[in-house]
Design a protein around this ligand. Structure first.
Ligand SMILES: [Fe+2]
Length: 296
């Protein structure tokens, strides 16, 4: 696909410009900033030259970024969607959360976490009235040696059965989210909702980009976790139901096979682990969480 410069003279002109821009950072006193800027310029120019970018295409790119800026505000962040849908968010997570022994893998954080999710006791219900099929979630939190971690803070959040997070209804609404702490033996349990697929916000330029290239905005069904404990690396991850039809086609490339879990469907009337009476069907899943040490 690469189309080279049209003549040796043209090659010299283009290469000379790249070196001039790179040299413009020579006086930068911050070595990391200099490294980032030089590499960015080299890759950007390589892209422009590789595709022989037209002036019309460059203009369209500027216009796209301008629209992404205009739609972005305190609650809508189009640039995160762009980063997510190009896999840049996931690649940054891969680089910064390298696999460590048997530690649970990380995935994308997403835009819907809030700091002040309500506390629930072990076995409590984080749905807070959000519509959806009840789901019993249980497991343990341990270090990579298998030692239980007591008092680990477990934040969970998810979309309701209509594919919406609480804050998408109302910035102050809190449902289908909460936090709890693992018990002395590292165990935890709570009631949530069986995850369902939902689209990322696709009414802006990123949605138009996805449509133009024939991609779906749907995310694979998932339940978000953020788990922290002193002395361990904070884990930001999801679990994904086995058999989800979106699965590997997740619009933000967040699915990792180790995070696919069996959500066992339960018939209406099946006895629940804590004796709760559930009207209709429910599901249950086990997710054992292993935290890597700090600095791993
Ligand atoms: Fe999500």
């Amino acid at each position: 696909m690469t189309r080279p410069a049209t003549s040796p003279e043209q090659e010299v002109v283009e290469a000379r410009l790249v070196e001039a821009v790179v040299a413009s950072f020579d006086a930068c006193s911050d070595p990391r900033l200099k490294e980032l800027m030089v590499s960015l310029v080299r890759h950007l120019h390589a892209f422009i030259r590789d595709v022989r970018l037209t002036e019309e295409e460059w203009g369209e790119a500027i216009e796209f970024l301008t629209r992404a800026g205009h739609i972005t505000d305190d609650v809508r962040q189009e640039f995160i969607l762009l980063s997510d849908t190009l896999g840049a968010s996931m690649q940054t997570i891969n680089i910064n959360n390298a696999a460590y022994e048997n530690a649970t893998e990380a995935t994308v954080f997403g835009p819907f976490f809030v700091e002040d999710a309500p506390h629930v006791e072990l076995g409590g219900d984080v749905a807070f009235g959000a519509p959806g099929e009840p789901c019993w979630v249980e497991g343990t939190v341990t270090d990579t040696q298998g030692n239980p971690l007591a008092g680990a803070r477990i934040e969970v959040w998810e979309a309701d059965e209509d594919g919406l997070y609480d804050v998408q209804y109302d910035a102050g609404k809190r449902s289908a989210r909460g936090h709890l702490f693992s018990a002395a033996d590292g165990s935890y349990r709570f009631w949530g909702l069986t995850p369902t697929p939902y689209p990322i916000p696709d009414d802006g330029p990123v949605g138009q980009m996805l449509a133009a290239v024939g991609r779906s905005p749907l995310r694979a069904s998932h339940l978000h976790f953020m788990v922290s404990h002193p002395g361990t690396r904070t884990l930001v991850t999801h679990i994904f139901p086995e058999g989800d039809p979106i699965g590997e086609r997740d619009s933000v490339f967040g699915l990792k096979q180790s995070l696919v879990k069996r959500f066992e469907q339960q018939a209406a009337g099946a006895p629940t682990p804590d004796g709760r009476v559930v009207e209709g069907t429910w599901s249950r899943v086990r997710f054992d969480i292993v935290l890597a040490p700090v600095g791993a």
